[in-house]
Ligand binder design. Sequence first.
Ligand SMILES: [Zn+2]
Length: 322
Amino acid sequence: MLPIVVEYNVEVLKKFAGLNRSGRLAHAYLFIGPRFVGKKKTALAIAKLLNCEQNIDGAKDIFCGQCPSCLKMQAMGHPDVSLIAPMTEGASIKIEQVRLILEKVKMRSFGGGKKVLIIGEADHLLTEGSNILLKTLEEPSPDTLLFLTATAVENILSTIRSRCHIVRFSPFEKVELEEQLVQNYNESKFSSHFLAFSAEGCLGKALQLRDSQSFDKKNQVINRFVFSEDEEYIKTVTQEDEDVKFLLEVLEGWVRDAVLVKSGIRDQRIINFDRLNDLNGFVKKLTFKELTELYSQVVKTQKMLSENFNVKVALAAIKLSM
Ligand SMILES: [Zn+2]
């Protein structure tokens, strides 16, 4: 069986299918939830559903994914759907971007269905952009659906907020996401467990971590830092900030696990569940107090790194305490 790739929120899509059938769709929605939880993907899925050629009567809960309209949307080449978001991470949304997308409100729909405009990461709208958006929200067009996505309601101007219907997205339970990764993405049980944990339940994040081979990389780090006496490793790893950052994240998880194992916990709460035997061996050498001290040492070093200090000495000290 081919894996079913579901990166949008199926429940939310279903809800919108129902709203569409009963003619109760509003003009603007604000999707709130953590990053990588599937807010933009869900807005796109709704756009597909509302324009799907196999769903003209609106009877279906899901788009076909194969008609010309669905395919065009998949390739982001459908004239009735537009998405804007900051150009780079953390940047603000440019005023020209906002102007361009909102001009479509006045245009006629090409396919005769609903036009869907998505403003992703609307937390990053500046005042001018917010003001233009507000004007559009005050004079909505019946054939246009506007979606804003943001991580927190507080980041959106209250005048905008009050004109949108709010839909909240929550991450999956870790166990649930783990199950999805096994079932739909052919991931192994161990790697799924690690990915679900590291992504804190957000599917998009878990897939990103999977694509960057995060599971294999974390095991390499454990092997080289915890279980070998490779003296060159600290020197090599501190050459790249990203590498040290990852090493410290892995160590933080490892020592946290060790503290849990030392207190008798050996269940799904362990991040490195694939290395339970190694953890059992590791905690034998250290007392509970030493382990908790080691944990604060790692956290302190993470803080040092974020403040741009050189952490070579601190890492050597951690290694020595192991
Ligand atoms: Zn379709």
